[in-house]
Ligand binder design. Structure first.
Ligand code: ATP
Ligand code: MG
Length: 738
């Protein structure tokens, strides 16, 4: 059979790997060097050149999307469907095995899969029924504990016994949880892998069957496999089957979830005859981008080491933008994206990458403002997140006690002993009397319809809302939000959950305070300027309206050409022509939780390496001088990662805050200024961009931006103490300072 079409689109090293006679192969190579391509072509080679049946091939990748793409590519090369081949994620493949061999896996035929939320709810119920103090052993933490044991292949009975009460209790919970799952015929994600591994160990005849079948096992993103995944592969491979694993130690970014970079060394020990292939040519990025990535990662000590080069063009310098604050940063990015999109490029070929989900809100706001379609991967849009909806529900109740949806949402969040039956009762009273839930609750209390315990719980809730209202009635919007988030117990509620997810929920709540602080409604400000007295409630209502609008269905639809937003973690394996790395600041990236230990810091650096190497043609990095994050304005230092990139590869763009008197000399930095936002004049005033001004209420600040004309003209001022605000020019009465 003609096989040149398989080898011709490859370079020599890639070709050697694809057509290698070796039994086992380890392809260890940097980003964009064609690892995934080699893996795909190897499969095609095995089938067409070596005459291997697709039936004998098992390929594992990291995400379902990658698996679909991989199958598509193989079929494209082969020119025929290959349904008999197994291609999937670890979870997908293991699940398939368990469905076929449920009996041998000691599962009921109709076993149910618990997703992470189901799992958490089950653990909560078990804690309650076992009378375990949830303050000391938060459900989220128990879940974390159970999952990490499973990732290591350990059942409760295999965990070494610890004498301290804390771990002993965790272990008891694990055991109780195992029993409950067993009784209910349920398995969680970790269990899928563990069971599939045990299926091999306990059923030699089944193992033998699959060992005979899958003579060729191929694994992408090998650096991020955890212990149980590796063990599962290892057993399946046995002593006779061929393994090809491809990976990049510099892109190992899931250590915090149990991924083991040591698996690469383990592979070398387990398969000592394996050929090690190194690919050194990068086909993805310009040499500027590649050199930046190479230099950055060379600061890590624990690496296997490699050299990546490209004969591609040098490309543009990396643009570095130092923003005044996070809003300025978002606007800068969106301006660039508009230029890009107007230039006839696909928006879907651009991506904004960030370290923390909380950063997306400001970016989303800026995108929404100009109506640019976007999609967010692996995360909800800000105002649709559970914790934000909860906080907004409290704020809504302050404005309107009869908001039933809001009550339904938070009546028992955080848990305060108002059970399902109490709520049902309140609902039916509301129906009978055709009144709101709040009124129904009052009725339940006044007429002693409920047990005294339920009555007390309800009373406490209503009192809490009234107290929150009166205590915060005169506060400014962001103080109000902060007060409600703290005093409602929402922060504590998430603190108790523990774990990574809870931490990001708390960050998001703090980010909501920031959003309130930055909120400025042009109409309200105009009215205020006219001397109309506005109450704090007016601002709150306007804010809530804005939030509901934002959460409307403005996210791009499935097939719309949209900018891609995602965390750096979800960007693995992908590539885009235009990439923005936002929030390059110490504490944010590298993240403050990982800055203090070498291994944490090195994982952050690998994440940065992953981010930079997603870019094909153009990379922007940005950081802000000050950022309102988690409620406070903090002064930020640029990320150390910026300094690890050679200066000559970077072009600094900066809007300087130079002072000029109107109509006279030009801003000192008008050159770079032009490139940033275009030459913007502030007409009919004595103001210019960068001008220092004073405002009656907000104090002194610097003019950042300008938009609209005549009576609608607005300026954005970055005030020294109250942050950045948009003001209607004709009302703001700004006084230019010299
Ligand atoms: P990552 O580490 O990010 O997963 P990778 O090593 O898997 O990257 P690929 O995604 O396989 O790299 O390849 C990167 C890009 O380079 C792709 O667009 C791919 O099509 C292209 N490419 C790879 N090898 C060649 C080649 N020999 N000729 C032309 N293009 C190539
Ligand atoms: Mg890849």
């Amino acid at each position: 059979m003609e096989v040149s079409h398989i080898l011709s689109p490859l370079n020599d090293d890639q070709r050697n790997a694809v057509a290698s006679p070796a039994n086992n192969l380890l392809v260890l190579a940097g980003a964009g060097s064609g690892k995934t391509r080699v893996l795909v072509h190897r499969i095609a080679w095995l089938i067409q050149a070596e005459n291997i049946s697709p039936f004998a091939i098992l390929a594992v990748t990291f995400t379902n999307k990658a698996a679909r793409e991989m199958r598509g590519r193989i079929e494209e090369i082969l020119g025929q469907p290959s349904s008999r081949m197994w291609v999937g994620t670890f979870h997908g493949l293991a699940h398939r095995l368990l469905r076929s061999h449920w009996r041998e896996a000691r599962l009921p035929q109709d076993f149910q899969i618990l997703d992470a939320d189901d799992q958490l709810r089950l653990i909560k119920r078990l804690l309650r029924s076992s009378n375990i103090d949830e303050e000391r052993w938060p459900a989220k933490q128990c879940q974390w504990y159970i999952n990490s044991q499973k990732d290591e292949g350990l059942r409760a009975k295999n965990v070494e016994h610890f004498e301290d009460e804390y771990t002993k209790t965790l272990l008891t919970i694990y055991k109780t949880y195992e029993d409950a799952c067993e009784r209910g015929g349920m398995i969680d994600f970790g269990e899928i892998l563990l069971r599939a591994h045990e299926l091999w160990l306990h059923n030699p005849e089944i193992l033998e069957h699959y060992q005979k079948r899958f003579q060729f096992i191929l694994v992408d993103e090998f650096q991020d496999t955890n212990s149980i995944q590796y063990a599962w592969l290892r057993v399946l491979a046995g002593n006779q089957n061929q393994m090809m694993v491809v990976g990049d130690d510099d892109q190992s970014i899931y250590g915090w979830r149990g991924a083991k970079i040591e698996n690469i060394q383990k592979f070398n020990v387990d398969f000592p005859d394996a050929d090690i292939v190194r690919l050194e040519q990068n086909y993805r990025s310009t040499s500027t981008i590649l050199n930046a990535a190479n230099k950055l990662i060379s600061n890590n000590h624990s690496r296997l080491g490699k050299n990546l080069w490209t004969d591609g063009s040098e490309g543009e310098q990396i643009s570095l933008y130092e923003a005044f604050n996070e809003q300025d940063e978002a606007r800068f990015i969106v301006d660039r994206l508009q230029d890009w999109s107007n230039g006839g490029n696909h928006r879907s070929d651009s991506a904004i990458l960030y370290r923390s989900n909380a950063q997306s809100r400001e970016l989303e706001d800026a995108l929404l403002r100009v109506g640019m379609p976007y999609v967010i991967y692996g995360g909800h849009r800000f105002y649709e997140r559970l914790e934000i909806k909860n906080a907004l529900a409290y704020l809504r109740l302050l404005v309107n006690r009869d908001d039933d949806t809001a009550i339904e949402r938070i009546i028992n969040i955080p848990t305060r002993g108002i059970g399902g039956r109490t709520i049902d009762m309140a609902r039916s009273v509301a129906r009978e009397n055709n009144c709101s839930l709040w009124q129904a609750c009052t009725k339940c209390i006044n007429e002693s319809i409920l047990s005294s315990r339920a009555t007390n719980a309800l009373l406490a809730f209503m009192k809490l809302i009234d107290e929150l209202d009166s205590a915060s009635s005169n506060m400014e919007l962001h103080q109000k939000a902060e007060h409600i988030i703290m005093q409602s117990g929402l922060i504590k509620h998430h603190e108790k959950e523990g774990g990574e997810k809870a931490r990001s929920r708390i960050e998001n709540l703090e980010e909501l305070v920031t959003a309130c602080g930055n909120f400025d409604d042009a109409e309200l400000v105009a009215e205020e300027g006219k001397g109309i007295d506005l109450t704090a409630k007016d601002f709150l209502t306007a804010f809530l309206d804005q939030a509901s609008l934002d959460s409307g269905d403005t996210q791009a639809s499935e097939n719309e050409d949209a900018v891609q937003l995602m965390t750096l973690h979800s960007a693995k394996g992908l590539e885009f022509n235009l990439v923005f790395l936002a929030g390059m600041e110490e504490g944010l990236f590298p993240h403050k939780m990982s800055m203090d230990n070498i291994s944490g810091l090195e994982e952050e650096r690998r994440l940065c390496y992953v981010g930079i190497t997603r870019a094909k043609n153009k990379l922007y990095m940005s950081h802000a001088e000050s950022r309102r994050l988690h409620g406070d304005v903090i002064l930020c230092r640029p990320s150390r990662f910026i300094n690890e990139i050679p200066q000559e590869l970077v072009d600094e763009i900066r809007l300087k805050t130079t002072i000029r008197t109107a109509g006279s000399s030009k801003s000192k930095n008008s050159g770079s200024h032009l490139r940033v936002t275009g030459q913007i004049e502030v007409p009919q005033t004595e103001l210019s961009l960068g001008q220092r001004v004073a405002h009656g209420k907000f104090g002194e600040g610097v003019v950042l931006n300008y938009e609209g004309q005549g009576n609608n003209a607005r300026v954005q001022v970055n005030f020294d103490t109250s942050g950045s605000k948009w003001l209607v020019l004709s009302y703001a009465k700004l006084k230019p300072l010299s």
